[in-house]
Ligand binder design. Sequence first.
Ligand SMILES: NC(=O)c1ccc[n+]([C@@H]2O[C@H](COP(=O)([O-])OP(=O)(O)OC[C@H]3O[C@@H](n4cnc5c(N)ncnc54)[C@H](OP(=O)(O)O)[C@@H]3O)[C@@H](O)[C@H]2O)c1
Length: 256
Amino acid sequence: MSSDPRSTPNQAAPRRRAVLVLGASRGIGAAICRRLLADGHRVVGAARHFTGKSSTPSSDPDSNPNFSAVTLDLADLDGLPARLQELQAAHPDIDTLVCCAGQGRFGGLEEFSFDQIRGLMDLNFLAHAFAARVFLPAFKRRGAGQLVFIASEAALAGRQKGAVYCASKFALRGFAQALREECARSGVRVTVVHPGMVRTNFFDGLDFAPGEEETHALQPEDVAAAVALAIAAPQRMVVDEILLSPLKRVVQFKKP
Ligand SMILES: NC(=O)c1ccc[n+]([C@@H]2O[C@H](COP(=O)([O-])OP(=O)(O)OC[C@H]3O[C@@H](n4cnc5c(N)ncnc54)[C@H](OP(=O)(O)O)[C@@H]3O)[C@@H](O)[C@H]2O)c1
């Protein structure tokens, strides 16, 4: 065994990745894009609308040569496989997929229409299963790659008014856990991140939000740091799941 500290595996420079981030236009996904760009990776971000607001990594691809924005509606499942295959053909070097897009909808089950139940499962789970299905074969052929799923604390325990949202996030977690076992031999790593409440536009259409103090919510950058950590981990190791919680769990209900 060598005693030369320079020979430790940790000394290898982190590999520069080509990362596809689904749900990149704002909130957690935009923070992940900014962080990965700052870490020197190339990023392709997908969402329906890139508005050019400050939270957007770059609505103008020319302003950051390492970022490309792609307009994509992940809820259009019929057209999704073909759109993702086009994206893969245009960016064949993508070796990391971050599945972040999602929506929150909460309420008693009888407050959901059948279409709303299907819509939430489509966006929060099936779109990401489709994306993994498209990119995984190339990752396996390459013998390296990473899938990162942004699930939620709602993937760990069912809570009232969260039946459909929790189901969509439980599905994502079970999918990821099974894939992790399937993929390890091929050198593909699978990570799931479970944030508690994060201060983003996620709560805009909801009747509750985190409390106002700093300790009542995570910032999108906190989740981005967890994703960066999982990506930068030495190839011999998988960051399986990360649970991040605000210091204090305080929920405030909005006036109707
Ligand atoms: N905020 C929280 O407290 C929290 C906690 C735990 C987990 N999460 C999860 O974290 C993820 C990101 O949430 P966030 O807080 O960042 O919410 P957000 O600020 O509302 O951002 C949601 C992102 O998803 C994209 N998106 C939504 N519908 C889409 C569609 N049909 N096709 C393509 N992209 C779509 C949005 O882009 P466009 O609207 O431009 O399409 C946006 O980029 C979600 O999966 C959420 O469940 C959030």
